[in-house]
Design a protein around this ligand. Sequence first.
Ligand code: SF4
Ligand code: SF4
Length: 446
Amino acid sequence: MILLNIKKGFDLNIEGTPLPELAELNKPAFVASLPAIIPFIKPKLLVKQGDMVRIGSKLFIDKRNPDIKFLSPGSGKIEKINYGSRRAVNEIIIKLDNNEEYVEFDVNKFSGNKKYSRDDIIKSMMDGGIWPFIRELPFRDIAVPDFMPKALIVSIDNKEPFQPDPQVYLKEEINLFKTGISILKNLAENVYVLTSKDFINIGMADNLVTHKFSGRYPADDPGVLLHHIRKDSYENRAWYINGQDVLLLGSFFSTGRYPVKRIVALAGSLAKKRMHFKTRIGVPINNIIEGRIADENKARLIAGGIFRGYTASRESFLGFYETSVAFIPEGGKSETFGFLRAGYDRPSYSKTFLSYFNRLPLTTDCSLHGEERACVNCGACAKVCPVDILPQFAFKSIAAADIEESLSHGMLDCVECGLCSYVCTSKIDLCGFFKNAKQAYYKDRA
Ligand code: SF4
Ligand code: SF4
């Protein structure tokens, strides 16, 4: 086992962490699939309103590779298909029936401990709708199956606030996790299982974990591990999968059914119940939050993590990759003579606030506390960047449309953690710049 000490990063000490408690949500009346928020894909619909589907029926494919299929997380009737601008498919809403009928996939040939054919496994994963859970660095698109990566990284921890606790989602599921890992071992030259040094063993076979890290957010990110272990540029291209999705993989190969179970964290300072819920992929957000939120009109709903998530609507559904819902205050109130306050309870990276000495979880809101200004070369962004980019210079090259220069500053290594945007003295959304620039570069190359 290799120990890594990641020196850079930042832990946001804010109120709202979900308790390690788990409750089961009632079965929702509807579930949905949200193609528009799956990065890069070009969806082609295979269903229309009124069609009947089972759990595991094909809903749409990715036109770039029609073998990549997205399956129905529910059994019932296609109630509605909502389109956005330019006919982008936003939501495919399924009204659930009582039957919970499944499409059955043949996975019997994968039983036992033998070595399976890589092509057979990939085909089964594609048919079973599991393939999109494996994504590829550095662009974080769905993995390209023809490529044999040197590394496939499984990240168990969730250091970003407020994602599900691995102690909760792995509890009593270790066997599924082991099954998932044994399947993954057929797909890459090496499978690396990354977890925190502080992770309490809950029965996992020690030999599964290959790397342990100590450090702050985003030390658990597969891109950070890759940055610290790769030996040449070929290894820049690696695959990764989240720990909870390994359970789905294990479940699929154990049952032959498209797995829809999800452990979702409800968190944030305005959540009255901060805990974990057992529910399903594509659950209505209202199903998770109803009766569990304080001061709803002043709250912002964030799906998928405080740094990497997005503002979601209460009427929407949880996306394919998202496993958390957080409620934090909108903020935006002006503070009279705010600059004179000592800031003992204001979360900040800056050591000029007294909160630097406050170890209690602090309440954050969505205020920017100022407007975007020109970079003042303070260097705060570089101090937190876990992959040693100099964000201030990479950003300036992107702003000047000098892509070669931004690449030389390591733009492709960016793990899109959002820390540089958070700490930026001048309120520049550096991470947003890098994300857009990486996507544009990727699309141009394609
Ligand atoms: S450049 Fe910013 S978003 Fe990218 S890894 Fe560094 S700190 Fe994170
Ligand atoms: S934190 Fe913001 S202001 Fe400071 S060097 Fe980085 S980009 Fe410039």
